[in-house]
Design a protein around this ligand. Structure first.
Ligand code: SF4
Length: 139
């Protein structure tokens, strides 16, 4: 039995906390990489050189000093590549590691004020989101 079988509440309030702070990783697929490079008017190589690094041996977006995502705009608190942001960002907080148990979900909710509040997401919707995760072993 899944602990979230009655659904979960979440609505992003745009506080930007999940884009800032302690170092993490933002993984992306080759298609997402191409879309990010195109959005920025860069070749793939230029995009890789300027904006990417590697985490756990997988390509990841870089962070600024202090751990903020390289594409987080501190003045507006918005994502500079929102339209083409990777699926990892779109799926948050419905990541396999956070849905593992009530404890992992609640731990994440301590730093995300959108969790346990706002829109109700059905178990079917959550299962679909989990199935969309491009990096189930990493997230
Ligand atoms: S921490 Fe939660 S509420 Fe804040 S921007 Fe991220 S997802 Fe939205």
């Amino acid at each position: 039995m899944l602990w979230w079988e009655e659904g979960l509440r979440f609505s992003c309030i745009g506080c930007g906390r999940c884009c800032r702070g302690e170092p993490g990783a933002i993984f992306y697929t080759p298609e997402e990489e191409a879309a990010l490079a195109a959005q920025l008017g860069l070749s793939l190589q230029e995009f890789r050189d300027r904006y990417t690094t590697s985490r756990w041996e997988a390509p990841s977006l870089k962070e600024k000093r202090g751990g903020d995502c390289i594409f987080h705009d501190e003045k507006t608190n918005l994502c500079l590549v929102y339209e083409v942001r990777p699926m990892q960002c779109r799926l948050f907080p419905f990541w396999p590691s956070l849905l593992e148990s009530p404890e992992t979900w609640e731990r994440a909710a301590l730093s995300c004020p959108g969790m346990n509040d706002g829109d109700w997401h059905s178990p079917e919707e959550i299962a679909d989101l989990l199935a969309d995760c491009p990096f189930p072993d990493l997230l």
